[in-house]
Design a protein around this ligand. Structure first.
Ligand SMILES: Cc1cc2nc3c(=O)[nH]c(=O)nc-3n(C[C@H](O)[C@H](O)[C@H](O)COP(=O)(O)OP(=O)(O)OC[C@H]3O[C@@H](n4cnc5c(N)ncnc54)[C@H](O)[C@@H]3O)c2cc1C
Length: 853
């Protein structure tokens, strides 16, 4: 048999010369496979060539009129009108007197929720107001300017054998910032920082300079310390100092349940403990690692007296990545890293141990994820109670914690916003979170749970962090805040000094909370509004999708251009098919570049866009070839105005555009288009050759697309549910809007003058925003679909300059009119109406679409 086959002259044919059916089928499939492969290769070649021939264009933007102020997490960027950098007390007074709007105060900007800024205001940035004013080593006191960093203080006092008495773990912070949050460190037998402050000078909002101590202007003293810049700018600060002793590190690991009694018996009242902290290990939060530094006379094992300033290192970055990013990261930290790190008991100087720099914590990027702190102060007798509650919340929400570090503080002698009215343990939670809106709102939810937990234990939460507490939580934690605000109204009657914290939590003179207005729109929504929005199904959309949807829209623009081209009776052979493929890939590349730095982009998104891109390349590539050969020949026989088939093609192209603006292209009924071509278009008429060439060409096009659309639609419907949800927009000033705007309806009145508006997707969404932009003086948006960023596309003449507040994500020439560029702009939600209004008044940028993802 084998031999027969081999000797068969026809290579497998039957003796009668006919191939067996199975072989023919296989060859048929083989031929089809090769044909598809060739078309695919052709599509790939078209894609590459078109991309190379479609350069991206840099669009300049007008200079920003404001200055962006960032804090360390990058979660609360705030645009301020200006920054003032005083170098003397007179400069500070002049800045306060001369300010026309709101003023915020900036130290090292390490608070994590906009505590140093307010939108549109002036920031008095004190980092240039620095240096030692007076130093008395014998009395162990120092007076410094408030912008001085702890490191500079340490360098000044170390040669005299002295150390800072109370400061944070890191020496990067300014003295003024530390005083204004009333910081704590890792000390044992110490209080919040207030207890080391002898006195201060305060520049009041009217420019007067007063001194304040626990005895003189004591009301101002207790309001300024821990007052987050509410009553004035702290200029100079006099501090008590301590001896720079030698300390020996020792550590012990135990169950968390054993810690409270261990602390009482071995740490709190034991002689010589200078620093102490204890890290509770995630994710179980059952074990704790206590580390203490006891005074010793032993010689130092580390010669350096102060650590070097730059402590950034890849080792630290890797360690934090492992702890928060690896599946068994916390376990590795507890069982591998810490045992190695704590093998020895080094002896160092106190200043050495108090000179960590926050650069050691800085990750390679804070774009997609960022590291954040929170703190809860718990009366010492409630340690176990709070631990139990906290453990449950952190576990339930699977918080990506590095650790919860426990510290201790004695009672505050009387600051108005005292966080330690009694002796407390501080629970310092250091964790990693994603930066996208959904992650941020989720953090808000569990943070409010933790705040409720600490309040239930009689404790307080710390204010330099994300301002997500409700007003009820704020006033429960800080019952004397009413006294602070009463004093503030006396010294600052025009409420000049503010920041995000006070924008959210300070009542007005009548004790109520004024509504936000377009002119005074705080940087963050109040928790009361967020809680309502959290309940709105699918309110928060995916910011990455907003960017990654642009390439698909580029195809809508190409299809629209094609429909218009045909409607104008222009010859199909002249349409720039290849350039339209190029704009798709350029858009994909540009939006991916912008998106992938900020968001994780799922593989599904890439698969989808590549399938779409390749399909387009194959379709447009084949059309380019056909229309410029057979099509061009038949155009010779085209009557003026085209044949009925040409006009039919234009009509179908228009209907297709109308549909793909709302739903996937595969929803278009190409089968019907094909049927009606043969049933409704007259078979006779002028331009016989062209008519029949078009009939067969269009039949081929509609037939192939009908089959392809059916297949794609089948797959898509199996994996996606249709998205018909109306979009949500949060606005202030909605009550001023009259007459009503079609499709835009209020769906919930939120706290403090915010309104949730809903609007259907796509064109109604765009049209509603365009209409609303006419009222940009009286209405302002806070967020759109939960996001603080919105994108829009349009076309503008070459050389057009984007207005301030808008940045170009990607731009390229419009294929059918290369004198114009198509530009994807990104705009902050709060500036959106104003930017749209400016674009429309200026008239050069024609808006195509406002994205509603
Ligand atoms: C990595 C890290 C570790 C931290 N560790 C600790 C810690 O161990 N203990 C602790 O208590 N906190 C800690 N914090 C929290 C807190 O952010 C800082 O204690 C403090 O805010 C940092 O000082 P700063 O100079 O950056 O202040 P900023 O953030 O600039 O300012 C803080 C507040 O003080 C106000 N302010 C600043 N300067 C003045 C001034 N001269 N007059 C009036 N108001 C002023 C600002 O308006 C703002 O409201 C930590 C923060 C980070 C990021």
């Amino acid at each position: 048999m084998k031999g027969w086959r081999k000797s068969s002259p026809s290579g497998g044919a039957t003796p009668a010369g006919r191939r067996p059916r199975k072989g023919r089928l296989r060859r048929g499939i083989g031929f089809l496979g090769r044909a598809i492969g060739l078309v695919f290769l052709f599509g790939a070649a078209v894609s590459v060539a078109s991309f190379v021939r479609t350069p991206g264009i840099d669009v300049e933007a007008a200079p920003e009129t404001g200055v962006r102020v960032d804090e360390i997490t990058r979660l609360y960027p705030i645009t301020m009108a200006r920054i003032s950098t005083p170098k003397t007390v007179e400069d500070i007074a002049a800045a306060l007197r001369g300010a026309t709007g709101k003023v915020s105060i900036g130290g090292g900007r390490n608070s994590m929720g906009g505590q140093t800024a307010t939108p549109g205001g002036t920031q008095i940035d004190l980092r240039d107001y620095r240096g030692v004013v007076a130093f008395d080593p014998v009395a162990k006191t120092i007076t410094v300017r408030s912008g001085t960093r702890w490191r500079d203080v340490q360098e000044a006092i170390d040669p005299a054998g002295l150390a800072v008495k109370i400061m944070q773990t890191y020496n990067t912070f300014t003295v003024g910032g530390a005083l204004s949050v009333n910081c704590h460190g890792r000390y044992i037998g110490q209080w919040p920082m207030i207890q080391s402050v002898r006195g201060l000078t305060l520049v009041l909002p009217d420019g007067r300079v007063v001194s304040a101590t626990p005895k003189e202007n004591s009301e101002l003293f207790y309001a300024a310390v821990g007052g987050y810049g509410a009553v004035g700018v702290v200029a100079d600060v006099s501090l008590d100092l301590a001896a720079n002793s030698r300390v020996r590190r020792e550590d012990e690991k135990m169950p968390v349940a054993a810690y409270a009694s261990y602390f009482r018996s071995k740490i709190r009242d034991a002689p010589g403990v200078v620093f102490h902290n204890a890290d509770i290990y995630p994710p179980a939060y059952e074990d704790i690692h206590a580390v203490s530094y006891r005074q010793t006379d032993a010689p130092v094992t580390v010669e350096d007296r102060i650590r070097p300033a730059d402590q950034a290192s890849w080792v630290h970055r890797l360690a934090y990545n492992v702890i928060t990013g690896w599946p068994k990261g916390p376990w590795i930290r507890e069982h591998v890293m810490d045992p190695v790190l704590f093998l020895e008991n080094p002896v160092t100087w106190r200043n050495y141990e108090a000179s960590y720099d926050i650069s050691e914590l800085e990750p390679a990027s804070r774009q997609k994820t960022t590291y954040v702190l929170q703190e809860y102060f718990v009366p010492i007798e409630a340690f176990d109670d709070f631990t139990e509650r906290m453990r449950k919340i952190l576990r339930t929400h699977e918080v990506d914690a590095v650790n919860v570090s426990v510290r201790h503080a004695l009672p505050d002698p009387g600051s108005l916003l005292a966080w330690a009215p009694n002796e407390v343990f501080a629970f310092v939670l250091y964790y990693r979170q994603a930066t996208d809106p959904a992650a941020r709102y989720e953090v808000g939810r569990w943070t409010r749970e933790l705040i409720d937990a600490v309040l239930a234990c009689g404790g307080r939460y710390y204010l330099p962090y994300q301002p997500v507490a409700t007003r009820r939580q704020f006033t429960s934690a800080y019952p004397r805040s009413a006294e602070l605000f009463a004093l503030k109204r006396r010294v600052d009657p025009t409420d000049k000094l503010t920041n995000t914290l006070w924008d959210l939590y300070a009542p007005d003179a009548t004790g109520s909370f004024p509504p936000a207005t377009p002119l005074r729109l705080p940087a963050a929504l109040p928790a009361e509004a967020r809680i309502v929005l959290d309940e709105v199904k699918d309110y928060t959309r995916d910011e990455a999708a907003e960017l990654m949807t642009h390439p698909e829209w580029d195809l809508v623009y190409s299809s629209e251009a094609y429909a218009r081209w045909l409607e104008q009776g222009r010859k199909p052979s002249g349409f720039p098919y290849i350039a339209c493929v190029g704009t798709f890939w350029r858009s994909y590349y540009g939006t991916w570049r912008a998106a992938h730095e900020r968001y994780p982009i799922g593989i599904g998104s890439h698969v989808l866009l590549n399938v779409i891109g390749m399909s387009t390349a194959m379709e447009y590539g084949l059309k380019e070839v056909y229309e410029n050969t057979f099509g061009r020949l038949s155009e010779l026989a085209m009557p003026p105005g085209g044949t009925d088939e040409d006009r039919y093609a234009a009509r179908i192209a228009r209907e297709y555009v109308g549909l793909i603006e709302r739903v996937g292209w595969y929803e278009f009924d190409f089968g019907k288009a094909l049927r009606e071509l043969w049933t409704t278009v007259p078979a006779s008429g002028p331009g016989f050759l062209r008519k029949w060439e078009r009939r067969f060409f269009l039949s081929g096009e509609y037939g192939i697309k009908a089959t392809y659309a059916w297949l794609i639609g089948l797959g898509t419907r199996m994996s996606y549910t249709p998205d018909v949800i109306p979009r949500g927009i949060v606005a202030v000033g909605w009550d001023e809007v009259s007459p009503a705007i079609p499709n835009l309806a209020p769906s919930a009145r939120l706290d403090r003058g915010y309104t949730l508006l809903t609007v259907p997707r796509y064109n109604p969404f765009r049209d509603a925003l365009l209409a609303l932009s006419e009222r940009s003086g009286s209405v302002r948006l806070a967020e759109v679909c939960g996001s603080e960023r919105v994108t829009l596309t349009g076309t503008a003449p070459r050389g057009w300059i984007a207005p301030a507040g808008a940045t170009s994500v990607v731009a390229y020439a419009v294929p059918v009119d290369t004198s114009r560029n198509r530009i994807l702009l990104e705009v902050g939600a709060r500036d959106l109406l104003e930017v749209i209004h400016r674009l429309r008044t200026e008239g050069q940028f024609r808006i195509d679409h406002v994205y509603d993802y």
